[in-house]
Design a protein around this ligand. Structure first.
Ligand code: NAI
Length: 252
């Protein structure tokens, strides 16, 4: 990226990964509603079309940039490309995530690597690339989407819980290294949210979980988006290094 390049766009530029559906789509729509220019990321442009249409239908600003988060070279190029095009990068929401659930006894190396690559290593690559343009802009908001599984562990999710727990230490470290540069880093950790990821769970599992959720319902993607909107706002400059748990009280 050219140094000292003037900003091409006035709005704060936000990248949201995994923006094709579920929590990522809700975050992208909310940030656009709040006046950000949102870069929508998922593996295919087709998958992002509905999010793009919804944002533009209400006068929001966004663009589509397909990227496979398991392709680290592409992730690096994505971040640098956004900063180059717009002359700025203000907000990075690392939301894309996958599960490959099975008990540890049966978990394969491939299942471990796949989840760690998409849910942790890609985020390391994205954050490392993002902090340079954020430092230049003397402003940055990094929001990593964790999970209550990373805080409490969860049977069948050794890979997923390890990745999400790793995200917490990683994020706290960014907060310490970058605090003086105007860059904050936080984790937003959802509990059970109504998305495709949880639709695959059987009714018996869901009913059992509801017993442990004080508000007695699953969360909505928009409720995670509201937390991300605040954490990534200009006024949240004193909020860093935190894990904000949005789980209806499940882990309290
Ligand atoms: P989802 O499965 O509905 O959507 C995941 C998104 O990530 C999709 O847009 C998908 O295209 C994208 N994605 C997956 N692999 C990708 C890759 N290799 N490259 C680019 N994009 C990729 O998931 P959901 O439920 O919306 O979850 C979003 C985040 O929230 C994830 O990080 C998940 O771990 C986390 N989370 C979700 C919870 C829930 O109850 N739904 C609970 C706790 C955390």
């Amino acid at each position: 990226m050219r140094r000292g390049r003037s900003r091409v766009i006035e709005k704060r530029v936000a990248i949201v990964t995994g923006a094709s559906r579920g929590i990522g789509r809700a975050i992208a729509e909310r940030l656009a509603k709040d006046g950000r220019h949102v870069v929508l990321v998922a593996r295919s442009a087709d998958g992002l079309a509905a999010t793009e249409t919804a944002i533009k239908a209400v006068g929001g600003s966004c663009e589509v940039r397909p990227c496979d988060m398991a392709d680290f070279t592409a992730v690096q190029a994505l971040i640098e490309g956004v900063a180059e095009t717009h002359g700025r990068l203000d907000i990075l929401v690392n939301n894309a995530g996958i599960t490959r659930d099975t008990l540890l006894l049966r978990m394969t190396d491939e299942q471990w690597d796949e989840v760690l690559n998409v849910n942790l290593r890609s985020i390391f690559v994205a954050c490392r690339a993002a902090i340079r343009p954020m430092m230049r802009g003397k402003f940055g908001r990094i929001v990593n989407i964790g999970s209550v599984s990373g805080l409490s562990g969860n049977s069948g999710q050794a890979n997923y819980a390890a990745a999400k727990a790793g995200l917490v230490g990683f994020t706290k470290t960014i907060a310490k290294e970058m605090g003086a540069k105007g860059i904050t880093a936080n984790v937003v950790a959802p509990g059970f949210i109504e998305t495709d990821m949880t639709h695959v769970l059987g009714d018996a599992v869901k009913t059992a979980f509801l017993q442990n959720i004080p508000v007695r319902r699953l969360g909505k993607p928009e409720e995670i988006a509201a937390a991300v909107a605040y954490v990534s706002s200009d006024e949240a400059g004193f909020l860093t290094s935190q894990t904000i748990v949005v789980d209806g009280g499940m882990t309290s």
